[in-house]
Design a protein around this ligand. Sequence first.
Ligand code: IMP
Length: 500
Amino acid sequence: MATYYLEPSRTFSEFLLIPNLTTKACTPANVTLKTPLVKFKKGEEPAISLNIPFSSAVMQAVSDDGMAIALARCGGISFIFGSQSIEAEAEMVRKVKSYKAGFVVSRSNLTPNHTLSDVLALKEETGHSTVAITEDGTANGKLLGIVTGRDYRKSRDPLDRPISAFMTPFDKLIYGKSGVTLSEANNLIWDHKLNCLPIVDENQCLETLVFRKDYDEHKENPMELLDANKSYIVGAGINTKDYMERVPALVEAGVDILVIDSSDGYSEWQRETVQYVKQNFDVKIGAGNVVDREGFLYLVESGADFVKVGIGGGSICITREQKGIGRGQASSIIEVVAARDEYYKETGIYIPICSDGGIVHDYHVTLALAMGADFVMLGRYFARFDESPTRKLKVGNNFVKEYWGEGSNRARNWQRYDTGGKSKLVFEEGVDSYVPYAGSLQENLDKTLSKIKSTMCNCGSVTLDELKQNARIALVSATSLVEGGAHDVILKESSLSEES
Ligand code: IMP
């Protein structure tokens, strides 16, 4: 006979936090959101911790190198999507690891033989007003000059004028030498009143550009998630099919942590994959997704460094409709956290839990953390920002960004949904959609973090550990949900016209 779980499976929206005593020490400025990313023994420090409990989803529409840099700058981690060629994924990892905050590989480059009209076209396309002029027109070619808006007059100069006639040539440029530190570069920028300083090697080849504005930005990010060499920490998704080729390439590219990306992680394939990685490499690996105690313990005993929880709750997910598997995200977290705490008591080994998918409101993050998750993974949330890799479009009067599931026909990530046998996607488990465009990652994340910190103060907690220990969480009834929103008032944005 089947086993029945007769308690309904619940979502975050069915719970609310009850405030505890807020002491005077409980101020948002005193709150720290540092959290473990990988397992550790009682009394020891985890090998990697996050400065904020946020990770971005292993998805084409969310986590490329640009998102990874932006999120690591704020203290979280991205897992670069694995549904691309091994070379392309490794290249993205390499870009994150070689990115030196403040040192930017030039993205607008031309040769001296190009013309003013090429400069204008490139500016239109990229929005960059500084163009590096190299011998071969590449980002690392021999630097022959720089063109900025000060070098030409669009209204007077002929469009076919060659760049060699108006660029600032190399012998008139102030430049930094390879190996210069960011603060030395900044001194040159200030001393010579520059907006941009090229960095060149001993052969006069361009390495990077340092912009005045980026230096200021770097100084404003005290939460940056850095490794011992001051490079950003980055994760990458793998699957249980080509891991013997993919993992060596990602490790060689410098990845800090892997995660097996699967809609259902309670499988022998996951065990084999984790064991292969553990036996052959010194790199951390998370596994998932699971929604219950059994799945959690299976992955932990396989060697996973963290476990990802959630099936069917993602905003673009139709797994529950298509296959009838899954579980409400809150119920999954509650059960897995109980298993984790018990495991910790018995073994002294703490396994971080990632709550993946289904976060709609900012307070859902706080609830996931209060219920015992160590960090969350978000797709829809990050897809809305400038830094996500997808197109920004205008639909009607609104700006939107594209966001599609890994199980949609568009992503064709069949490895994520593979259950053996035929190696292709037979039916979809995700949709292709738009999300409202929301602006920059940092601005939005700052607002979300403020809300989390404020709620933690209401709950009398200045650390995530305290929140887990102290949280009092109540189920809400359907009618009290109505009471929770604005009700029985006429909202000002409503359709009342001026005259009426
Ligand atoms: P969101 O934050 O609610 O948008 O959920 C993102 C999560 O949904 C990801 O981290 C994945 O675990 C999951 N996911 C991604 N693509 C698909 C899909 O096509 N079908 C089902 N789940 C998906």
